[in-house]
Design a protein around this ligand. Structure first.
Ligand SMILES: [Zn+2]
Length: 276
């Protein structure tokens, strides 16, 4: 199941939406980032980790969306972290009794709903905002928090391995999806996050997006530029020339996502009386 992408860093790509789970080997066990989506896949990852002879000693969710908040009993009971803002958002969204039913009915595609175990969804411990690294016994993992795509979204930089775990950005298959819910300036939030990535790009040999193909060093700037060009096109209500939407797109629903983002931004600017 697991494929090594750098020394001590392995990934599993899910059948669902090319989601990438990331395993980082530490001294006493492994860190598991965004464990996966389908129950049998997470169970298989748990088996593979067991074969490495090391338990899961920590988990991390990059952001508060259902497909990054799952867990499987066979992965054990390690603490699962996220940024404080991610954890607070999850708590808020799961606070009423029908929250999981709503997620199952409205967010998870019906064809996989039965295969997504929700019992351990979102049990995240928030790390204090001033904590710059994941607290664990392994290679240093720097937390790069920003507000693009979702509240308290964190990319993770494993510096000594040259790996950037980007969360739901810098994908070759998904366009930038803005957080248009409660944010004052979703376009600027996104551009600011891309600037953060740019500031660490020189340290990155392997880029792991939340969904899509792993990129090499040559892909880092290319994907930052591609995401920025899309966000600029969206801001200016121009038609993006972007392979992720249109006839060659990996996912045919991506053009619908693009249209909805255009409409929601237009509605916002009408409401606010300002462009963007
Ligand atoms: Zn995702």
């Amino acid at each position: 199941m697991l494929r090594q992408v750098a020394e001590g860093v392995l990934i599993h790509e899910s059948e669902f939406c090319q989601s990438n789970a990331v395993v980082v080997q530490g001294r006493a066990g492994v860190l598991l980032i965004d464990p996966g989506v389908l129950g049998y896949e997470m169970a298989a990852v748990a088996n593979d980790v067991r074969e490495l002879g090391r338990p899961v000693v920590a988990g991390f969710s990059t952001h508060p969306h259902w497909d990054h908040l799952l867990w499987h009993a066979r992965l054990g009971e390690a603490p699962r972290y996220g940024t404080a803002r991610c954890a607070a958002t999850v708590r808020d969204r799961l606070s009423d009794a029908r929250a999981k039913v709503r997620i199952a009915e409205q967010l998870i595609p019906p064809d996989i709903a039965e295969q997504v175990p929700l019992d351990l969804l979102g049990l995240i411990t928030g790390l204090p905002a001033e904590m710059a690294q994941i607290p664990w016994d392994g290679p240093q993992v720097r937390i790069i928090e920003h507000q693009a795509h979702a509240p308290g979204h964190a990319a993770l930089l494993i510096e000594e391995r040259g790996v950037l775990v980007a969360g739901d950005m810098l994908s070759d298959v998904l366009i930038p999806m803005l957080d248009l819910n409660d944010t004052a300036d979703p376009i600027e939030d996104y551009l600011a996050a891309l600037r953060l990535f740019e500031s660490v790009a020189g340290d990155v040999d392997v880029l792991v997006p939340g969904h899509g193909s792993i990129g090499g060093a040559d892909q880092v700037h290319a994907r930052i530029d591609q995401d920025r060009a899309y966000v600029h096109a969206l801001r200016d209500a121009r038609v993006p020339s972007d392979p992720r939407v249109g006839p060659s797109a990996a996912f045919d629903w991506m053009s619908g996502v693009h249209e909805r983002q255009l409409q929601q931004l237009a509605r916002r600017s009408e409401r606010d009386g300002t462009p963007g």
